[in-house]
Design a protein around this ligand. Structure first.
Ligand code: ADP
Ligand code: MG
Ligand code: ZN
Length: 499
């Protein structure tokens, strides 16, 4: 396709976007949803399986109570009503990653309904309606090999790994979100970020997008002002927070160009491509009837006891928005400063760095400075930049102890990010420690004095401000490793001047 896309500002001037997000979260339970197989990520393919999750004839599922509890807690944290009685449903489809030829899911009787999540976008609160939160089982993983792209086209064979099949999966579906206008991409990203933080605070999943324990389908439609909502597309394969934002934006641009040309949007799934940031068509959407849903006959209905639900509600942890406000106060940050911490995705990292012994100011400086810049350059999330909170705290400890100056600390941090080891190890093996031993520095100081007789004379005659130039010369000859204060003191002593 060679159509040129319209400009974004132009699109939002003529069209109104509606977005909707479907998020899947793999729960971190010890065992799978309907059997006792372990759920750890990775492992030799097809080793974490049993007759139940392989769908062998005669096997029977038993629901995992910890997964039900986790789902109810997610529902409560999202202000949902919890069903007093509901059933699992069979979703029938034939796909090699579904060994039973159906998925146990929930259909018209979800466990949690009708909630909301408040998210902040540019300092404004946006309330995102939650349609439903339901519990289902994950599918296996298909690997297409022999082709150039890893996609099924061009592959010579396909391999299936059932280790993931049957892992408890919670689906969280938003109500349609109209009215975000030009901010729709940011709202989508802010929602997924907040949802991830909420779920992480509950401790029910590690919600790692890059490992697939949090996966997001992004629905987007456009309508002209005053008209009904448009036909939505559902973008799959969106594997990072940044991609959530990009996926909405690129669909808005694409749909606008189709509508501008008098075309129609077809309801379909689309694939997001990380490299180009655009989407290509997937399959045209199945309708609910294609799945022939019916109540799962092998499982008893779920009837969570009201007292139990009340207990779970009372025991919910402090939710991220409240928690953030408390941190902002503790760290003494303005709204604007806190916003930049949030935008950088650095809240938890700074918190952990402070817990590891750094001051809030120092922790913020490293995460928002060097490390953010590095994450941006390499296109990874800050948490994956290659430095841990403990390492950042250790680095700052070396600065505070006078063993590293700011410049040397940056060099050490580069080594940390490159995986060379801990800050102390890198400082030692690369010989980066500040030299403050006067014996070792005297020679360099004398050299600098000899090389700059005019400046030396000025200092001797009382113009101590001129010492800066000699300090600079010594720093240069010691490749930045001299302790500046020690050097200055030495210069003044050697020249019989006093500060
Ligand atoms: P499906 O299973 O077909 O994907 P769901 O009900 O699970 O349907 O999810 C549909 C998602 O799309 C929901 O988040 C919903 O809010 C959203 N949605 C519905 N209509 C529109 C629309 N016109 N534009 C954008 N999003 C929409
Ligand atoms: Mg759906
Ligand atoms: Zn199993």
């Amino acid at each position: 396709m060679t159509t040129t896309l319209p400009a974004y500002d132009d699109v939002v001037a003529r069209y109104e976007p509606v977005i909707g997000l479907e998020t899947h979260v793999e729960l971190g339970t010890n065992t799978k949803m309907f059997c006792g197989c372990p759920t750890d990520f990775g492992g030799e393919p097809n080793t974490r399986v049993c007759p139940v999750c392989l769908g062998l004839p005669g096997s029977l599922p038993v629901a995992n109570k910890a997964a039900i509890e986790a789902t109810i807690r997610i529902g409560l944290a999202l202000n949902c009503s919890i069903a007093t009685w509901c059933r699992f449903a069979r979703k029938n489809y034939f796909y090699p990653d579904m060994p039973k030829n159906y998925q146990i899911s929930q259909y018209d009787e979800p466990l949690c309904v009708d909630g909301y999540l408040d998210v902040e976008v540019n300092g404004e609160l946006v309330r995102i309606g939650i349609e439903r939160v339901h519990l289902e089982e994950d599918t296996g993983k298909t690997l297409h090999v022999g082709g150039a792209t890893g996609r099924i086209h061009g592959a010579t064979e396909s391999l299936v790994d059932y280790n993931r099949a049957g892992i408890p999966l919670v689906e969280i579906v938003t109500k349609p979100v109209p009215g975000a206008g030009a901010l729709a991409p940011e709202v989508a990203r802010a929602y997924v970020t907040e949802l991830r933080d909420v779920i992480r605070s509950l401790g029910v999943s590690d919600v790692r997008m890059e490992e697939g324990s949090l996966r997001c389908d992004v629905n987007t439609s456009l309508n002209r002002p005053g008209e009904e909502w448009g036909t939505r597309t559902e973008t799959k394969n969106v594997n990072s927070l940044r991609s959530v934002e990009r996926a909405v934006r690129s669909e808005m641009l694409r749909q606008a160009s189709v509508l501008d040309a008098g075309g129609k949007i077809t309801q379909e799934t689309r694939h997001f491509h990380e490299d180009s940031g655009d989407t290509t068509p997937g399959r045209s959407k199945e309708t609910a009837t294609d799945y022939r849903y019916f109540p799962e006959p092998d499982l008893v209905p779920l009837a969570p006891d009201a007292a139990w639900v009340a207990e779970l509600k009372a025991a919910l942890p402090e939710l991220p928005r409240v928690h953030r406000r408390r941190l902002q106060e503790q760290w003494g940050l303005s709204d604007l400063d806190m916003q930049s911490v949030l935008n950088a995705g650095a809240v938890e990292l700074i918190e952990a760095t402070v817990a590891a012994g750094a001051t809030p100011a120092a922790a913020r400086k490293w995460w928002l400075g060097e490390l953010s810049r590095r994450a941006n350059e390499t296109g990874v999330e800050l948490a994956d930049v290659g430095a841990t909170p403990a390492q950042v705290a250790e680095l700052q400890g070396l600065v505070d102890a006078g063993k590293l100056n700011d410049k040397l600390a940056r060099t050490v941090l580069e080594g940390v990010v490159a995986g060379e080891g801990s800050p102390t190890e890198i400082m030692t093996t690369r010989g980066l420690e500040v030299v403050s031993d006067t014996g070792a520095l005297t020679a360099a100081v004398d050299e600098a004095i000899a090389a700059n007789p005019d400046i030396a004379e000025k200092i001797r005659s009382g113009k101590v401000a001129a010492a800066g130039a000699l300090v600079g010369a010594v720093m240069k000859s010691t490749r930045g490793q001299a302790d500046a204060k020690t050097v200055r003191d030495l210069i003044l002593t050697r020249l019989n001047a006093s500060a």
